[in-house]
Design a protein around this ligand. Structure first.
Ligand SMILES: Cc1cc2nc3c(=O)[nH]c(=O)nc-3n(C[C@H](O)[C@H](O)[C@H](O)COP(=O)(O)OP(=O)(O)OC[C@H]3O[C@@H](n4cnc5c(N)ncnc54)[C@H](O)[C@@H]3O)c2cc1C
Length: 387
């Protein structure tokens, strides 16, 4: 077994780290306070070619593999988790469904522009009454005169304000439950689409999270993604791939919090000693580092499975739940070791603490993902109900 990154992966990691230090660190705190989308920084990232990391060369991409992609998300999130989720959504849930299920025409139309950063993507599944219970979505798409008319409301959509193309799930056959869901590629300027309120959040405030409203939104029939009724499969398959990105995001936040804490504990003195020399503090630091390393290894393993084309549903779910739960623990200890300063916005520990929480919630709550892991672990008959 060899844990050494390839030369290309090391280069990608260093490039992403330099970008995060130079382009994100100077403004991350201020953008979070002012809820400002990082438009300039998003454009600057395009020059590195990273938006094409999941797209084949024939569509203008620069495929780097899932491990390298996780390295990018970790490095971005180590400095600015809002930017990390923008990137992860853009290259994963907003893009992979087109690559995996799109027609040649759809791929040729959208993928080159995603790869060169001229458009951004989003993924719209959640609704006011359907979060974990995906099959309960109420948005409907009815076919009429060569187009679909979409009606409904989506909530909590990352990148909604900045995206030009959205993967949207709606029911084409409302009586058929989960089998009646279809996926569509909706463009920002299709008539009948409105981007609603931008949510005020606990953290990742420079990432936009908005409502989307569809009122007789006109979607050409050729923008159906996959087949009618395949939407649930497309939606869940995308999340299997993408939640490795959330595991990487959580690992990055934890790594950032660990580094800030190590620096603080090595400098701050109380009782005439560095606080890092007190047993209670170094015990926590040892545990923080262990959890960060374990999160990273689970993330790399899930990414490697994906890269090999192997089934990775359980691995992605384990990486995401472990890394996000660890991230909550690590960022809590980071604040505690900073004492009162950890509660002050001038210190990154305060922002990391707020950023951590959402990693336990989105792309499948950790409770739902534990169900997924358990179902992949226990024999199927365990779940059979007696009549
Ligand atoms: C910042 C942010 C960005 C987001 N971005 C996107 C996006 O880009 N696209 C998108 O489609 N969605 C997005 N979401 C939505 C996110 O995926 C949902 O919030 C999440 O899936 C949970 O759904 P819910 O909020 O409706 O909670 P609910 O499903 O109502 O769950 C509430 C609680 O009940 C628990 N629960 C529910 N069912 C069960 C069960 N069977 N067993 C045990 N516990 C259960 C949950 O774990 C949770 O603790 C985003 C959310 C946030 C906060």
């Amino acid at each position: 077994m060899d844990f050494t990154l390839t030369e290309e992966q090391q280069m990608v990691r260093e490039t992403a780290r330099d970008f995060a230090e130079e382009q994100l660190r100077p403004t991350a705190g201020e953008r979070d306070r002012t809820r400002t989308s990082p438009m300039e920084q998003m454009k600057a990232l395009g020059e590195l070619g990273f938006y094409g990391c999941t797209i084949p060369e024939e569509y203008g991409g620069n495929p780097l593999g899932a491990v390298a992609e996780a390295l990018i998300v970790e490095e971005l999130s180590r400095v600015d988790a809002a930017f990390g989720v923008f990137f992860s959504v853009n290259v994963n849930v907003g893009c992979l469904p087109i690559l995996k299920y799109g027609t040649d025409a759809q791929k040729s139309k959208y993928l080159p522009r995603i790869a060169d950063g001229s458009i951004y993507t989003a993924y719209a599944l959640s609704e006011p009454n359907a979060g974990s219970d995906v099959a309960a979505i109420q948005s409907k798409a009815a076919k009429k005169d060569g187009k679909y008319l979409l009606n409904g409301q989506k909530v909590f959509i990352t990148n909604a304000e900045i995206a030009s193309v959205y993967v949207v799930m709606a029911k084409t056959d409302p009586e058929a439950g989960a089998r009646g869901i279809s996926a569509f590629l909706v463009e920002r300027d299709f008539p009948g689409l409105k981007i609603g309120r931008r949510e005020h959040k606990m953290g990742i405030n420079s990432s936009d999270t908005c409502e989307m409203i569809f009122e007789n939104c006109e979607v050409p029939a050729e923008n159906l993604l996959g087949e009618e009724g395949q939407g649930m499969h497309i939606a869940l398959d995308a999340l299997d791939d993408s939640r490795i990105g959330i595991a990487a995001q959580a690992t990055g936040i934890s790594q950032g919090a660990l580094e800030a804490t190590v620096q603080y504990a090595a400098e701050r003195e109380q009782f005439g000693r560095k606080i890092g020399s007190f047993g209670l503090v170094y015990d926590w630091i040892a545990e923080m580092r262990t959890r960060v390393e374990a999160s990273r290894l689970l993330t790399w393993h899930a990414a490697w499975m994906r890269e090999q084309g192997r089934e990775h549903t359980a691995e992605a779910a384990m990486a995401k739940t472990f890394a996000s739960d660890s991230c909550r623990w690590v960022t809590d200890k980071a604040v505690q070791i900073h004492g009162g300063y950890g509660y002050i916005v001038d210190f990154d520990a305060e922002r990391f603490f707020r950023e951590a929480k959402v990693t336990q919630i989105y792309e499948g709550t950790n409770e739902i993902l534990r169900m997924v892991i358990a179902r992949k672990t226990l024999p199927p008959e365990t779940f059979a109900r007696k009549k």
